[in-house]
Design a protein around this ligand. Structure first.
Ligand SMILES: *Cc1c(COP(=O)(O)O)cnc(C)c1O
Length: 369
């Protein structure tokens, strides 16, 4: 028998979450962002749930080929554009739209031989300072692009640095408007946080396309300010396993490497078949002061002891009936309608839901529901 660990992908929840993005921006089209192998879900596995999108946004050309191989004929956007001149051939062959964020990408286009002109998204750096033309350079880049026979339509985009925090997006929206408010073309500004928090009230933030990623995968972009329940999102990935052993501890007994947990009284603990080699974060605390939530048979309990490569140990005090074979939910949907949002586990580990879902290990069998 294989180890009892597995991941579940919830097709329904993907479709619902995508629908939720649409509800926040009803007059915009929706890119389902599927970079990083659909945030660890697997592009092929997530596809059925995401087919209602207007397009797929990603950054790896091999991933674009996989989306086309699934039969998708609609828009695909390369969020970082081309990495070298010959990528343009693939853009022509697969009909990929691509981001232009620096001059060299325009140079490559100018010498590219193609029968069909390409659609590009000119990226303006409005304060993120990662990719894009400075506001003062945006117009000349647009003019250069508009003079090329290789270019069909030019759209405009930018990316927010603080859509999930107190600083917000107003300063970047203003910079975007100042840089290219009078240029023609479709526009795309919003990630998940901006889609949920600002798009409903601001047409210019909804614009023509929104680009939700994390919300589609059932993680709240501004947790803990808002949970997935607050945003009406559902988990799309469940990581679950089983107890493979139970131990009885006496007061003073310690658990696991480094003896990070010390029993204060007699107690039972369970050993679950899940460790950091499965993608469960090794940083999840399980000492006497700080812990990480886990469900056993749908009952909320806590990690005790350090996460090891293939196993974790959990407190069975709240679940006296637990025994080997009991279901352990690391995140996602538990039995009988119980739930452990990935955001709560990520917070305990000092990271974000994004990192956990992207880190699901290849050795974990995945089932699409
Ligand atoms: C990843 C990404 C998104 C999606 O961001 P989320 O926070 O996951 O919604 C949108 N736009 C760009 C350019 C991205 O790189």
């Amino acid at each position: 028998m294989p180890r009892p660990i597995r991941a579940l992908i919830h097709t329904d929840a993907l479709a619902r979450n995508l629908q939720r993005a649409r509800r926040a921006a009803p007059d915009a089209r929706v890119w389902a962002v599927v970079k990083a192998n659909a945030y660890g879900h697997g592009i092929e596995r997530a596809y059925a749930g995401l087919q209602g999108a207007d397009g797929f946004a990603l950054l790896d050309l091999a991933e674009a080929e996989r989306v086309r191989a699934l039969g998708w004929r609609g828009p695909i956007l390369l969020l970082e554009g081309c990495f070298e001149p010959r990528d343009l051939e693939l853009c022509s062959r697969l009909n990929l739209w691509h981001v232009i964020h620096r001059d060299a990408q325009i140079d490559w286009l100018a010498t590219h031989k193609t029968t069909w002109p390409q659609r590009v998204f000119l990226k303006v750096n409005t304060g993120m300072n990662r990719l894009g033309f400075a506001p003062a350079e945006a117009r000349s880049a647009w003019l250069r692009l508009s003079g090329l026979t290789q270019v069909d339509e030019i759209s405009l985009m930018t990316h927010f640095s603080d859509a999930d925090t107190g600083r917000g997006i107003a300063h970047q929206v203003a910079a975007f408007e100042a840089a290219c408010g009078d240029l023609p073309g479709e526009r795309s500004l919003s990630n998940s946080a901006a889609t949920l928090r600002f798009a409903p009230d601001h047409p210019a933030v909804r614009a023509d396309w929104v680009r939700p990623g994390i919300m589609v995968y059932g993680s709240s972009p501004d947790f803990p300010a808002h949970s997935i329940e607050d945003w009406e999102l559902r988990p799309t990935m469940t990581l679950e396993s089983e107890l493979i052993a139970v131990q009885r501890l006496q007061a003073g007994d310690t658990v696991g490497y480094g003896s990070r947990f010390v029993a204060e009284a007699p107690m039972r603990i369970g050993v679950a078949a899940c460790g950091y080699a499965d993608g469960y974060p090794r940083h999840c605390p399980g000492d006497n002061e700080r812990s990480t939530p886990v469900l056993v048979d749908g009952v909320r309990t806590r990690l005790v002891g350090r996460v090891s490569m293939d196993m974790i140990t959990v407190d069975l005090t709240p679940v006296p009936s637990a025994q080997p074979g009991s279901r352990v939910t690391l995140w996602g949907e538990g039995p009988r309608g119980t739930r452990l949002p990935i955001d709560e586990v990520a917070q305990a580990a000092g990271t974000v839901g994004y990192e956990l879902m992207c880190a699901l290990a290849p050795r974990v069998p995945v089932q699409v529901l």
